[in-house]
Design a protein around this ligand. Structure first.
Ligand SMILES: [Zn+2]
Length: 378
């Protein structure tokens, strides 16, 4: 089955309701992609992800390259087979993790040389290598290697990173098209990544340069890394205004529950974030009334579910008092139940957002959500 993307409906404000078709199923957009760093979404079995209705998950190239190795995964039939996940997978390029986790990074125009955070072994990640690893993993959507920099960044640094990101994108695209088209149809969709830190003109320049490479989809990278939410939105808006309307747009690494609708309003179709599972492991639960910090003593005898309005299987069965006890006793099940609920909550927000776009009332949904999250019980 070939890849395709169609926009089914666009709201006046630019929010889009679409469908991304992959060889591993169709993805209704806007979509939230749970993060499965090490070929597992922490605390959730694939059965649970299916039950939750996740249509696509993200996996980290950096981690899988270092352990167990992309060649091993290729030998075992590719990432879908290896992890027994029949739905879609997006892999990142590994760049972000090299910048944030590895030691002794050395950037050159050729690529980035780094030491593994696991055993100190030395590696060179180039745009071609990142594409090759992702082809071996066999993900549905692959990302090009980009240069990630710390934010806020001085202008000269942002300009240099942007220049390198474009040069790398060209190399990645050339390599990918050559390699991937050897056997006929492309087995993957490769997305470009717009950089440019928090400079509007650099963001526009980056988008324009990448458009020349004719990627089937575009991501906005290097945002939501500490800058104010308004700035994230402003930069994303600069980019989406330039991107072709018939291709998917992916805002990387976002966001908080009350922010998701904002990004959708800017014309974003895809998002990913570790927040629902990470917060779950830290006993922070997202509910329709706001955050519930379940370790709080006030929940010790609370026999209500985490969220009385939630339809997830955890909320159908367990009480806040029980969850609080599991966290207090440091039981593994605490993280498992909390992750299940939080991922359900995120996926359910996206279901509501898709519905709101269809009915043309996304703005109402967004302001109600924000009100609940500023006034929540905590
Ligand atoms: Zn629930």
């Amino acid at each position: 089955m070939a890849f395709s993307f169609e926009v089914l409906k666009t709201n006046e404000n630019g929010a889009r309701r679409g469908r991304l078709t992959t060889p591993h199923g169709a993805i209704e957009t806007p979509v939230f992609m749970p993060v499965g760093t090490q070929a597992t979404v922490k605390g959730l079995r694939q059965e649970a992800l299916e039950e939750l209705g996740a249509s696509i998950i993200l996996a980290n190239t950096y981690h899988l390259y270092l352990r167990p190795g992309h060649e091993l995964i290729r030998k075992l039939g590719g990432l879908h087979q290896f992890m027994s996940w029949r739905r879609a997978i997006l892999t990142d390029s590994g760049g972000f993790q090299v910048f944030s986790l590895s030691e002794l990074r050395k950037m050159t125009d050729e690529g980035v040389r780094f030491r593994s955070h696991l055993d100190g072994s030395e590696h060179l990640l180039t745009p071609e290598r990142a594409a090759e690893i992702q082809l071996a993993l066999g993900s549905d959507i692959a990302m090009v290697l980009d240069e990630c920099i710390e934010t806020p960044a001085p202008r000269d640094k942002a300009e240099a990173a942007l220049k390198r990101t474009t040069a790398w994108a060209k190399r990645a695209r050339t390599y990918f098209v050559e390699q991937a088209s050897k056997n006929g149809d492309l087995p993957q969709w490769q997305f470009g990544i717009v950089q440019g830190a928090t400079f509007a003109d650099l963001r526009r320049a980056s988008a324009e340069q990448l458009l020349e490479l004719n990627f089937p989809g575009y991501a906005v990278g290097g945002l939501a890394v500490g800058e104010p939410h308004e700035v994230t939105c402003e930069m994303a808006a600069e980019v989406t205004a330039l991107l072709p309307k018939d291709r998917p747009r992916y805002l990387m690494g976002v966001g908080r529950p009350e922010q998701l609708a904002d990004y959708v309003s800017l014309g974003i179709d895809m998002m990913d974030c570790v927040l629902p599972t990470r917060a779950a492991r830290h006993a922070c639960l997202y509910t329709s009334e706001g955050r519930v910090l379940i370790k709080n003593a006030r929940y010790a005898q609370d026999t209500r579910p985490i969220d009385p309005k939630c339809s997830c299987s955890v909320c159908q069965r367990y009480t806040r008092a029980y969850l609080r006890h599991l966290f207090a006793a440091q039981e593994l099940t605490a993280a498992i139940l909390a992750s299940h609920h939080n991922v359900h909550f995120y996926l359910d927000i996206m279901r509501q957002i898709r519905e709101a776009i269809e009915f043309g009332n996304l703005a109402n949904f967004s302001s109600e959500m924000r009100a609940r999250y500023t006034a929540g019980p905590g």
